[in-house]
Design a binder for this molecule. Structure first.
Ligand SMILES: Nc1ncnc2c1ncn2[C@@H]1O[C@H](COP(=O)(O)OP(=O)(O)O)[C@@H](O)[C@H]1O
Ligand SMILES: [Ca+2]
Length: 437
């Protein structure tokens, strides 16, 4: 798949998550000579509709005429209250309703005369991807409802759609490289230069329902479905990108629970090695199996509820992750990620963001820490009791605190056994989305 630097694609490229505004700008700036009618809007709004959470970003830039630097700045971001839009299956209008608070914030920030030329996009990621697999009409209804709400505002609505995994991966890669000035850099002397291509960053994004890896490999990408060709500022880049649907943090946690349930036979009381001693979690089978990422057992009784009992067993937790992140039987060997997916060897420096960052930030392991320190920190944490943890972290929400042990082991398994950063661990930086200039 290729991304051509044609103005006609501006709209498509623009239409997406937070970073998409940036892409449009890169495209429009890089194509300045070819653009007959320069893109004139000075504000742009993007909703990143993730599986767990939606955020609005308002961007501002100068009109093309005066804008020699191409600097785009983030004016504000706004967190939508409640869960991701895919969680509104039972009440789709409420998905639209949930966006109003942030749309009001954006409307107050954009000068009245510019509102009708301010484009708004909504890009939904893996939560909606899964819902559309499970029930296409529910997914369509939710997109219609968010469309209705956004259209009731004075902005220039340009679309609400589900991004493909490849778009999500590539856009994340473009964003981190753009924001950290890896494509083009403003020098001390006020000149724009191309930094060495060796400084281009790889991107690792761990969402709730999918996870993406994108980088420029040393060798050509041999599988077309994983190749994204693009040209930025006259330079060509061949990006390897893959999105693993169902391998986001929350779906991985679900897979683990399902595996434990399936191997527990008929018992309703199940030990969970990644949960902490003293922590018990009741889960209804209806909820547990309500995802296209897992398969219902034959004797499935949806009214049943099971209880997971924490055992604080770090090494067992880690070995269970290895079953979920299946690294055997890949036909592209040795060029493999996990789950049979083609991946050339990782190359260069990487930024790991989203749930990678939140998890490592919790452990105080950002932006980098030696591998042995990471292992010790995770093991020490996983062996703690729940009482101990709650006393230590009174401010952290249970929904996150219960999972840091499991998500840390999951992260280590995908990074080391999946993507094979064993010998290049020090190339990964755990970073919050790079801040805007
Ligand atoms: N403070 C936090 N600590 C741990 N995990 C977090 C925190 N905040 C967000 N996350 C996780 O980050 C992920 C964000 O994923 P999201 O963007 O909503 O989904 P997706 O990209 O798959 O559509 C979720 O797994 C969420 O639980
Ligand atoms: Ca996301």
């Amino acid at each position: 798949m290729g991304l051509q630097m044609k103005p006609i694609l501006l709209g498509t490229a623009f239409a997406a998550v937070a970073c998409m505004t940036i892409i449009a700008l890169i495209l429009s700036l890089a194509n300045r000579q070819t653009l007959i009618q320069p893109y004139s809007a000075q504000y742009g709004i993007v909703f990143d509709a993730g599986s767990t959470h939606t955020a609005l970003f308002l961007y501002q830039w100068l009109g093309n005429k005066d804008n020699n630097t191409g600097i785009v700045s983030q004016k504000l971001s706004c967190d939508v209250d409640g869960d991701g839009i895919s969680s509104y299956v039972k009440n789709p209008p409420a998905a639209g309703e949930s966006l109003k608070k942030c749309l009001d914030v954006a409307r107050a920030a954009v000068p009245a005369e510019l509102q009708k030329t301010t484009p708004v996009y909504l890009g939904a990621t893996a939560g909606m991807r899964l819902l559309s697999l499970q029930n296409q009409s529910q997914a369509d209804t939710i997109l219609e409802e968010v469309t209705n709400t956004i259209q009731s505002y004075p902005f220039d609505f340009r679309g609400a759609r589900i991004l493909t995994g490849m778009e999500e991966g590539t856009y994340g890669w473009i964003t981190i490289n753009y924001l950290s000035e890896r494509f083009i850099k403003h020098t001390f002397e006020g000149k724009w230069i191309h930094p060495k291509s060796a400084q281009i960053l790889g991107a690792l994004d761990l969402g709730g329902s999918s996870t993406q890896i994108s980088f420029i490999p040393k060798v050509p990408v041999t599988v077309p479905e994983s190749k994204f060709n693009l040209q930025l500022y006259g330079y060509k880049y061949e990006v390897y990108t893959h999105s693993y649907l169902c391998y986001g943090k929350d779906q991985a946690m679900r897979k683990l629970q399902v595996q434990l349930h399936k191997s527990a036979g008929s018992s309703f009381d199940i030990d969970h090695p990644c949960y902490h001693k003293g922590y018990n979690l009741n889960v209804s089978l209806d909820d547990l199996y309500n995802s296209p990422c897992v398969e219902k057992p034959n004797n499935f009784v949806h009214t049943n509820t099971i209880t997971f009992t924490g055992t604080s067993n770090s090494s067992l937790c880690r070995s269970l992750m290895e079953d979920i992140v299946n690294v055997t039987g890949c036909k592209f060997s040795p060029d493999c990620g996990f789950n049979g997916v083609y991946q050339p060897p990782v190359n260069g420096e990487f930024f790991a963001f989203s749930a990678y960052f939140y998890t490592f930030e919790f452990f105080g392991l950002v932006p980098k820490a030696p591998l042995d320190k990471v292992h010790t920190t995770i093991n020490t944490h996983c062996s703690k009791s729940w009482i101990q943890l709650v006393a230590e972290y009174p401010k952290i929400k249970e929904k996150f605190l219960k999972d840091y042990c499991a998500s840390a082991h999951y992260i280590m398994t995908i990074l080391l056994d999946g993507y094979k950063f064993n010998n290049t661990w020090d190339k990964i930086s755990f970073e919050k989305q790079v801040s805007m200039p």
